[in-house]
Design a protein around this ligand. Sequence first.
Ligand SMILES: [Fe+2]
Ligand SMILES: [Fe+2]
Length: 355
Amino acid sequence: MLSWLKSLFARKRPEYVRGQRSTPSADTRRGAGGDEGPAVSEAVEAVRRKSEAEKWRADGVGNLDSQAKRKDGGIENEHELVVRVARRIEERTFDLPQLPATQMAAMNMAGDPNCDINGVVELISTDPVLSSELLRIANSPAYSKDEPAETLHEAVMRLGTRVLRSMIYTVSIRGSVVSVKGLKTYSEEIWRQAFMVGNIAKGIAPKLKMEPEKAFLLGLLHDIGKIVLLSILKSENLNAKDLTPSTVGRIFYRFHERAGGLMAETWKLSPEIISVIQKHHDFRGNEEHPRSAALVSLAHRMDLHLSTADNESFDELLEAEEFDVLEVLPGDREAILSAGRAAYQQEFARNRKVA
Ligand SMILES: [Fe+2]
Ligand SMILES: [Fe+2]
């Protein structure tokens, strides 16, 4: 699992992404193009989904939002812990993960429409981790052209400043998550969810007439409060054996929007991103940016269902209230869910391969 986490940026598109371990296409699921009849292929698919979900749970803590709904599985003194966490947030007695200065400066420069590319390159070159990640991403299948990008300048030109900003955030968030030691399985799940929700949001954005890179950032960052909460739990001297996914999930659910707002202000994120981080579960209540809040809420729910292999309730998303706020007519919803599922499956296949 750790190797999967480390290798998220080393995306060599594997041979068998389209082979047996990858999720079959909708046509294959229906039995088209194969020797099996529909019933056999659906049964095989059901077994595959179940075993993937079990492996996911066995590897880590599972989707914490689904664990939070369980009535059992909490730690004995959960209530006392919740009270302590609430008090620490109220009194702000915790350290916020900091965004490295170079990354924040590079992000600000890249966000300026008249930015000086040479200045951005010079700045990034002072950060070896950022430099190597950007070169690697620029040469990944999604961006590489015939000739490899050999210099940082070529990499930045290839990615463009919008993608560059997303990449810097992605590197920063990953760095913040993995810096919380001792609760590795939880930090891996936070990262998995952030990355997947970002990719789902990006995948459905064009059908909603929204800008894909902005959608990716909203999805990637919307739950950053969970990183703050994880470091609070760590500073309470709690390790994985002292906690359960149900307890952590409930603490996340209760406090993550508030904790995330504090982190977003410290990181000087844009007013829209801060607003969505602070209020996305009650997306109708987000008066400033209801569409963006509904977008991440929908992407989050898609990830929740797909990561728990619960396809029946995935289809129930056709009735999701988020679609009303996004002004999507019932007849157009299935295509959006399919785009989200495809984005999820693409990343899932890539990352399971390199694990
Ligand atoms: Fe959330
Ligand atoms: Fe979320």
